[in-house]
Design a protein around this ligand. Structure first.
Ligand code: NAG
Ligand code: NAG
Ligand code: NAG
Ligand code: NAG
Length: 272
């Protein structure tokens, strides 16, 4: 092939690409991001039952929901120059409500799981957490590992129906396994000596350790490793926006474990 032919082919190909490009219709983007901007409103799905992330006290309007993720939702709306509108969702209907278009972003301490990723998008992680043990401080020295806790002489407690009970059944199988149905008073079971250990999510454990001087978390490293992210519809443009905003919040220092725990303490003191 001589040089002139090559050049000729190059020109032909370029011309073809130009033709394709200019033939493409001037469609508006169909991203959720554009919908939010033109709507002037960001719809934020919250469960309202997970301190410090989102919490709705009985009888309180959903627009007055509180929590660290709620504050982040308001900041995200402000970054877009739109109003934040909160939408009540629930753990069992989280994905269904997202797919029904009831909200643009789910924010309530949502764990990033492959099951969720199969049908939706999850933002970059903003919180690392895992299962952590809480015991009475006076017993703190006895426990340096999960093995030290998983003994027949130890009474464990768990709230039935979630990952805490699953952890108890699988990893505290040698203990005297008890359950307690009331999530609000379950930490008192340990503090008051009815149980010796409760294993729950680290954010919550650290919060209670701060709130109740009788309680300690002697094993700093979590037994499991999970991450939280925000739940989004399958929309690359919207995902990219949320991730950049999240990154900037992180750089600005608004996503520290301390700030989440502080928020949770305030919610407990005010409501529970
Ligand atoms: C794109 O959106 C603008 C503003 O909403 C509207 O005026 C215009 O007609 C739209 N164009 C197309 C091709 O839909
Ligand atoms: C945003 O909220 C303000 C105050 O409630 C209201 O005046 C305004 O109309 C709202 N904007 C939109 C786009 O809903
Ligand atoms: C109590 O906690 C368990 C385990 O995390 C959870 O499955 C359950 O929904 C909670 N119950 C209430 C009433 O919040
Ligand atoms: C297990 O714990 C329960 C609740 O504290 C207690 O009543 C029971 O005696 C314990 N059983 C054993 C074998 O320690």
């Amino acid at each position: 092939m001589n040089r002139i032919t090559m050049t000729f082919q190059y020109i032909t190909i370029s011309a073809c690409l130009c033709a394709i490009a200019s033939a493409a219709p001037a469609v508006n983007s169909t991203s959720v991001l554009d919908t939010i901007l033109s709507r002037g409103e960001l719809l934020i799905g919250v469960t309202g039952d997970y301190i410090p992330f989102s919490f709705l006290a009985d009888g309180v309007d959903i627009q007055d929901v509180a929590g660290a993720d709620v504050d982040l939702g308001r900041a995200l709306a402000a970054s877009l120059g739109v109003n934040a509108t909160f939408v009540q969702t629930s753990w069992p209907t989280l994905l269904e409500d997202l797919h029904a278009g009831l909200y643009d972003i789910g924010m309530s301490g949502i764990t990033k799981t492959l099951v969720r990723q199969q049908v939706a998008y999850l933002s970059d992680s903003y919180m690392d957490f895992g299962k952590m043990a809480v015991v009475r401080c006076e017993d703190g020295d006895k426990y340096a590992s999960l093995d030290d806790l998983n003994q027949p002489t130890v009474t464990s407690v768990a709230n039935p129906g979630g990952t805490n009970e699953k952890f108890q059944l699988e990893h505290l199988d040698k203990t005297n396994q008890t359950t307690w149905p009331d999530n609000r008073s379950i930490y008192d079971r340990v503090a008051e000596g009815h149980a010796d250990v409760f294993v729950s999510d680290s954010v919550e454990v650290l919060l209670h350790v701060d709130l109740d001087e009788r309680l300690c978390a002697p094993i700093e490293e979590t037994f499991t490793q999970s991450e939280m992210g925000f739940l989004l519809p399958r929309d690359d443009i919207w995902l990219n926006y949320v991730n950049l905003w999240l990154h900037q919040e992180e750089v600005a220092g608004s996503l520290t474990m301390e700030s989440f725990i502080e928020k949770g303490e305030a919610l407990y003191v005010a409501n529970i």
